[in-house]
Design a binder for this molecule. Sequence first.
Ligand code: FE2
Length: 308
Amino acid sequence: MRASAQDRQGNPGDGRAGRLSVVSTDDEVEALSSRIVTMAFAGQPQLAAQLATFARASSPHSHPLKRSQAIADLVLGKASALDALEEALASRPDDVLARAYYGAGLRALGRTGQAGELFDFANLVKAASIPAFSPEHNAQLEDFILEHPTLERDPAGKATKGGWQTGELFLDPSPLASTLETHFRARIAETLGSAVPPFKLVGWAVVLEAGGHQGPHIHPAGILSGVYYVKVPGGLSGDQGALRFTPGVPWLGPPIPRQALHDVSPAAGLLVTFPSYFWHQTVPFTASGKRICVSFDVVPAARVADYA
Ligand SMILES: [Fe+2]
């Protein structure tokens, strides 16, 4: 999961002036909010909820704290947490983290029909090849990624485990990166149409080998995300190597039944787009060879400063 940009958009005033407050800056609010969520999923949901209540007493209008308290309450199984997340989304419809946990909470608390409407994989996960991007382009792109100076094994704070990930690719002056960005922007325009706001395209590559994978995550800074497959190992069978969408997370609620999952089989040249709040992961594979892709987020211009 990428860093939560929304957390940095807390209300700087929030009525905290002149009060004793456990947090006084947006960064402190962000750090405390993240800590509350971490505690909630680390076996201390009661303590996390109490900490959130205490912090919100002095920062009652803090959006990140409200969201974190709701997530802690979700772990405690409180249905009221869904109301709190609905309120949070009413004030900030672009809060990807709140929307993702709202959907996960719906499923966890048994409202699977509503979760299914929010995570409408059949209609909102779109996959089509980029015909203009030839196998020769993909071979060049593979070399470009594998030789990229930012390529890093198991980067801290990312979903990639047992693999490699680059930094932002579209900062690279390579014509190859710019050609790829042009294709992505064309697909984004097709997908979002007139709804697309001014945005920055942020992209990075992921390289996986046998056993490597990405755990469940979302892309908190985006409105639309995507992945383009540069290379896929031969001999993948069943769901091996698949991009898997899930209507929730395994750490919240009962096990997710197989029929609720939505798999996309990767293939070189395929571009997949999906709303950034969709939980997704990759299925490990045993075949030899590299699975190489380029992922991206459509980051609204208003959020770009928060994304770094
Ligand atoms: Fe992802």
